[in-house]
Ligand binder design. Structure first.
Ligand SMILES: NC(=O)c1ccc[n+]([C@@H]2O[C@H](COP(=O)([O-])OP(=O)(O)OC[C@H]3O[C@@H](n4cnc5c(N)ncnc54)[C@H](OP(=O)(O)O)[C@@H]3O)[C@@H](O)[C@H]2O)c1
Length: 238
């Protein structure tokens, strides 16, 4: 039976993905800061689940925590990183930008590197990280969020280059959701907000196909194509 860890599974995409994967027989390791939510989730899942408190912004502790969780589970096939934070920050409040960078950049990189060391040592595996359609362009409303997601997509491409060059049997999946109906989807003027169920089923399919990159839902792939090509003079006015 397959075993997977989901970093950031107390709510939203990570939680729903845990439910979909468990229904499909996957044994899970679940992490997040709100441990009581993980305890509730664990009790609802049909397969075995191991839970751990983890704050990815505390990088040294989260590296140790991930290694311990992998050991406790007797190894894993797949590590998914859903943990992330994002706020509208038009006034460029440093505290908000700092939290976003600590979590989405430093924290997620620490997890990616720890997961990769484990898979390289094992000579096989699958790493998947949730970036965002926001990675495609800068944002005046939440600059650190978009920049952090661009960093993650770029970092994953770098890791993928390494894996391909060294002929390693490790899949690297960059998952790019558009707006999804979770606590994180805040602000006015949101459109095409996709239901969690639809998003997580498409993510699960992409994981099974060990895709390099996937836009969820598919219509966001079409919009992503357009967003990348909007000329600057128009983009600055949106
Ligand atoms: N919703 C959208 O429209 C959308 C669009 C594109 C991409 N995404 C990305 O999808 C991912 C999941 O977000 P979501 O929409 O499902 O929102 P969510 O419901 O707010 O989930 C965020 C998850 O990240 C965890 N997390 C946040 N900070 C953390 C930290 N410092 N350490 C450990 N875990 C942390 C949270 O757990 P705790 O708070 O319990 O620690 C929670 O489980 C994020 O990376 C987000 O950027 C979301």
């Amino acid at each position: 039976m397959k075993k997977a860890i989901i970093i950031g599974s107390t709510s939203g995409i990570g939680k729903h993905l845990a439910q979909v994967m468990s229904k499909n027989g996957v044994i899970l390791g679940l992490t997040g800061r709100r441990i009581e939510l993980l305890d509730n989730l664990k009790n609802q899942l049909p397969t075995q689940a191991y839970i751990r408190h983890m704050d990815v912004a505390n990088t040294n502790a989260s590296i140790d925590c991930l290694n311990c969780l992998i050991d406790e589970m007797g190894g894993v096939d797949l590590i998914i990183v859903s943990a992330g934070t994002g706020y509208i920050n038009k006034n460029l409040e440093w505290k908000i930008e700092q939290e976003t960078i600590h979590t989405n950049v430093l924290g997620v990189t620490a997890i990616i590197d720890t997961a990769m060391k484990y898979f390289i040592n094992k000579k096989t595996g699958h790493l998947a990280v949730i970036s965002s359609v926001a990675s495609l362009r800068g944002s005046g409303e939440c600059p650190a969020y978009n920049a952090s997601k661009a960093y993650i997509s770029n970092y994953l491409e770098g890791i993928r280059c390494k894996v391909k060059k060294e002929n390693l049997d490790i899949a690297i999946t960059d998952i790019k959701p558009g707006f999804v109906d979770t606590a994180m989807a805040k602000g006015d003027g949101l459109f095409w907000v996709m239901p969690l169920e639809k998003v997580t089923v498409q993510i699960y399919k992409a994981l099974n196909n060990r895709k390099d990159q996937v836009y969820v839902t598919k219509r966001w792939g079409f919009l992503g194509f357009i967003i990348k090509r909007i000329p600057k003079f128009l983009y600055y006015k949106i």
